[in-house]
Design a protein around this ligand. Structure first.
Ligand SMILES: [Zn+2]
Length: 365
């Protein structure tokens, strides 16, 4: 199985019913909104367009977004826009910075973007938890795996590296992650679904960490050791994510990374960094890219095998999928069916309410 690279949560099957309820709740406002739109279009029928060009700092090329949607054009190209108010964004290609401006289009114009047009990034809050001891009933009986303090430090560094190299970069600076780290020193019990499926369930962690409450964190990341000596909790996944955070009791994203540290965790991490670095961004996208942003009305890639994050091959991306994650996060996955032209979250989507804000405020879109 090349794609899915990592498996998603079993839990996603359990929550199908609540997902359906959520969808039916949003169906009515969506229909109303689309019928309103048709009426407005009929009234004004704007046919004439204006040519808009852009200046960017240092003439750096940038991907042009209009009203939250990638246009398919890149500066220095100009675009045609209908008159009226628009939000225009430029995702600078080399510096991975997003600049954004509200503008009223009433004729041909050149819009100057400067670094002062960089919007304040949205703060996302992570809780990273390293497990010192993970215990369960393996094929050879009851046993535990362990991570030392320095091994957990290495795992934590790997996470922070991914936040910087993937999450924040692919958001063009519209996300800023704040991380709290709280390792667990008491043994944490695995849940065993069958001989080949061991998980650290959210309920096991929340029993030990009562501070995980709706509205506090956007995502919890749990890092634990798969194997040590003859003790193995091998399961057919690397990372695991729960795909509908708002439907969970904690209303928080939940991800676990089950790490096979081998004889040297540093060597293993370096191996993944160079060959297959996407485990954290992949799992986080499951928490936001399967239901969360769809429920906010954004157009995300279609699902393959039940998951949008696993649709990379369907859209012609290839292993190790980093361009897929980039385009998924920045809203630039070409849509073969045409409307909208590009799919994904996008910088403007990321400036909307985060998971923890949405968890405690239904009106927060
Ligand atoms: Zn997956």
């Amino acid at each position: 199985m090349r794609n899915p690279v990592y498996s998603a949560g079993l839990r996603s099957f359990k929550i199908t019913r609540s997902m359906k309820i959520l969808y039916s709740l949003i169906a009515i406002p969506v229909l109303l909104a689309s019928s309103c739109k048709k009426g407005d279009d009929k009234k004004s029928e704007p046919k004439n367009t204006h040519t808009i060009s852009f200046n960017t700092p240092g003439n750096e090329p940038g991907f042009i977004y209009v009203d939250g949607q990638y246009t398919g054009s890149k500066t220095p190209a100009s675009i045609e826009l209908q008159p009226g108010n628009h939000t225009i964004g430029i995702a600078l290609q080399n510096s991975f910075t997003y600049l954004r401006k509200e503008t009223n289009v009433s004729g041909n114009a050149t819009i100057d973007f400067t670094n002062a047009d960089k919007p304040a990034p949205k703060t996302w809050k992570a809780l990273w938890i390293g497990l010192y001891e993970t215990t369960g009933i393996s094929a050879t009986g009851n046993c535990s795996t362990h991570f030392s303090q320095s091994e957990l430090d290495a795992g934590y560094d790997f996470f922070n590296w991914s936040l910087q190299q993937h999450f924040e970069k692919y958001s063009y600076g519209t996300m800023k992650w704040e991380v709290e780290r709280k390792d667990i020193s008491v043994p944490v019990s695995l849940t065993r679904a069958n001989a080949n499926w061991f998980t650290v369930e959210p309920s096991t962690i929340t029993a030990l960490m009562p501070q995980i409450q709706p509205g506090v964190y956007d995502c919890v990341f749990v890092f634990w050791r798969e194997k040590e000596g003859s003790c193995s909790f091998q399961s057919n996944y690397f990372g695991l994510a729960w795909t509908n955070p708002i439907a969970e009791p904690i209303k928080t994203g939940y991800v676990t990374v089950k790490f096979d540290a081998g004889t040297s965790i540093t060597d293993r991490i370096n191996y993944y960094k160079t060959t297959d670095p996407g485990v954290y961004i992949h799992e986080w996208l499951h928490t936001t890219g399967e239901n969360f942003y769809q429920n906010k009305g954004l157009a995300l890639p279609a699902k393959a095998g039940g998951y949008s994050v696993h649709a990379a091959e369907m859209y012609n991306y290839s292993f190790p999928w980093m361009n897929w994650y980039l385009d998924f996060v920045s809203g630039r996955v070409p849509n073969p069916s045409g409307e909208p032209k590009y799919l994904g979250i996008g910088p403007d989507g990321l400036l909307r309410c985060t998971v923890r804000e949405t968890a405690v405020n239904n009106n927060c879109r």
